[in-house]
Structures are given as C-alpha cells and as structure tokens.
Design a protein around this ligand. Structure first.
Ligand SMILES: Nc1ncnc2c1ncn2[C@@H]1O[C@H](COP(=O)(O)OP(=O)(O)OP(=O)(O)O)[C@@H](O)[C@H]1O
Ligand SMILES: [Mg+2]
Length: 234
C-alpha cells in the first residue's frame, strides 16, 4: 500500500473535525473523498500533509509510519497537496509560482518546467505575467503544475474543480486521468461527485468527520440515502 491512514482524528479545540478516519491508496490509483461542506475533507488532507496535527491515528507511506514527520519532509518524500482555493501567489509571476513547486529539489528542474509549459500552453504564454491575470482554470493548472514540480508519488487535490466552467472541469478531469495513467496516485477531494466517481476506483463519503460509506463508485451511487442526502448535486 502506498498510503495508509489508520484511525486518524483531527480536533480544532473541541471541534472533532475528523473522526477515526481510515483510508487506503494504492500505487497508480485514484481514490476520492466526498462529503458536504464542513464534513472534514480538507482537514483529512491537511493531516496527511502534516499541516494540521492529528490528535491520534497514524499515516503510513510505503509502509513507514510518517505520523511524526514534518510537512516539508512529507512533501520531499513525495506526498504533495494542491490546496483548496489554489493558493497561488498572485503578486508573483507564473514562472516564479512554478519555481516554488521545486523548492524541495536540489536537481535541475528546467526540463520539467518546460514539460509543464508544453502541457499548459496558456501558462507558457503568460510565464512572465503576474499570476493575478490568470483565469480560474489557468490558476488551477498553475497550482497542479506547481505540485507536479515537487515530483509527487501521491498528489492530493482539494476540490480542484471548484469555480471552474463545465468545459474547464472536463479538461481538468482529463488531466487527472492522464497524470494517473502516467503512474501518479491521486487522492481527490471533490464536491463534483459524478465527475470524481467517474474517475476513481474507490470512494469514501464523509459526514461530520466520519466515514458513512466507502466502496466502488457503483456501490456508492447505488446507495439511495447517500446519493439523495450528500451527493444530491451529482
Ligand atoms: N483552522 C480551523 N480552525 C477551527 N475549525 C476549523 C478549521 N478548519 C476547519 N475547521 C472546522 O472543521 C470542520 C471540517 O472542516 P473542513 O474544512 O475539513 O471541511 P471540508 O469537508 O473541507 O469542507 P468544505 O467542503 O467546505 O471545504 C468544520 O466544522 C470546520 O468549521
Ligand atoms: Mg474543504
């Protein structure tokens, strides 16, 4: 197993945001985490990345318990998160934003940056412009490109389709499938449940911090109570 989460709990003060969450992600897989606003999806990803502390539970990466590792060490070892809302630096250029993705690298990244520009021609055209001029879709591509430069083995995407037009959502999911076919394991948090379940091998549904269901996309979609209550927009 590439990534294994066991009985993870996250608290913000007395708010128990993630409750005994367990999750498995194998090499080469896409696994999705679904749930309504406030269900604990981002908190789960942040605890895996190490940017919020887990009160209990463990995170294993390739069989090693990394629960006590710093976030920087987790990134350097190949666990990379593209955060919700993209969080690119709007006062920096597109190129400077990409370079930040390579900050854990000591080797030469020029060829990989060229490959990212080849994949995202809109970014190449705007490489010396401030990131603030990018459209929502271009900002999302920049955030993904920046994440790729950290050479992830696991990429965690937090609601990447949020705010994108239907055409851009399609393009984004094509990119996700494409990256996955090239060997990247992806942990995908989404509220666009139909798109997420169309690409994932396995899904988890969170409700107020707890996993209320997990299974194949077909199993999740056949649960009428869940599809009505939490996946209504699918
Ligand atoms: N930094 C924080 N401090 C205090 N409470 C927080 C913090 N971040 C999240 N929470 C709370 O933890 C719970 C889970 O939030 P989280 O952001 O993980 O949910 P989510 O599933 O990602 O929601 P959304 O779909 O809106 O992004 C919510 O009750 C939220 O208010
Ligand atoms: Mg969130």
């Amino acid at each position: 197993m590439l990534l294994r989460i066991e009985q993870l709990d996250v608290f913000y003060g007395r708010n128990h945001a993630v409750k005994a969450m367990s999750l498995d992600l194998d090499a080469g897989e896409i696994v999705t985490v679904l749930g309504a606003n406030g269900a604990g999806k981002s908190s789960l990803l942040k605890a895996i990345q190490g940017t919020v502390p887990a009160a209990s539970g463990r995170v294993f990466f390739k069989g090693t318990d990394i629960s006590r590792w710093s976030a920087a060490r987790r990134v350097a070892s190949g666990i990379v998160m593209v955060p919700e809302g993209r969080q690119i630096f709007v006062n920096m250029t597109v190129h400077e934003n990409l370079l930040l993705g390579a900050y854990t690298r000591r080797d030469d990244t020029a060829a990989e940056i060229d490959a990212i520009y080849a994949r995202f021609p809109n970014l190449a055209q705007r490489r010396d412009m401030q990131a603030s001029v990018l459209s929502g879709g271009e900002q999302q591509m920049l955030a993904v490109g920046r994440g790729l430069l950290a050479r992830p083995e696991v990429m965690m995407l937090d609601e990447p389709s949020l705010g994108l037009s239907p055409i851009l959502v399609k393009q984004l999911f094509k990119l996700i499938v494409d990256l996955n076919r090239n060997g990247l394991a992806i942990l995908l948090v989404e509220q666009n449940t139909s798109m997420a379940l169309s690409v994932a091998r396995h899904g988890y549904v969170l409700e107020r911090g707890r996993t209320v269901m997990q299974g194949t996309p077909a199993e999740i979609l056949s649960n009428e109570r869940l599809t009505a209550a939490y996946l209504g927009q699918a």
